[in-house]
Design a protein. Structure first.
Length: 130
């Protein structure tokens, strides 16, 4: 692999892995003071919206190419799997607990993010063709 290819791979994958580490870190805290001001479902949805977009971006090797439906489905599935593992992780953190509604909020956020990515991609592809 060339240096350019290696740097491109870092550019594509490091943000996703950094975001996964951030989610894991926040889940390991017994409380997050600033988060108490916002509804839990909103926090989870926004958090996983970002995760889904980063996952799709990585799986698609960037956002410049059209995003196949298969990539969106895989990104969504990975987000749900991570959401479930995150809730299991929280069972072992003092003052935290696992909640299926959190996974549902995560799924909604991931779906909205990927749906927006799909619609934006379709618009940009049409615009570039014209």
């Amino acid at each position: 692999m060339s240096l350019r290819g290696f740097l491109h791979a870092l550019w594509i994958w490091v943000p996703l892995f950094a975001y996964l580490v951030l989610i894991f870190y926040l889940s390991s805290l017994s409380s997050i003071p600033w988060a108490a001001r916002y509804p839990d479902y909103l926090e989870h949805s926004l958090e996983y919206m970002g995760l889904a977009i980063l996952a799709a971006r990585s799986l698609n090797n960037g956002l410049a190419r059209p995003m196949p439906a298969r990539t969106l489905v895989i990104a969504f599935s990975l987000c749900i799997a991570y959401a479930i593992s995150d809730e299991i992780h929280q069972m072992f953190v003092p003052n935290r607990f696992a909640d299926v509604t959190d996974v549902l909020s995560d799924a909604v956020g991931a779906g909205i993010g990927l749906g927006g990515l799909h619609l934006t991609g379709r618009f940009l592809v049409r615009r570039n063709v014209s």
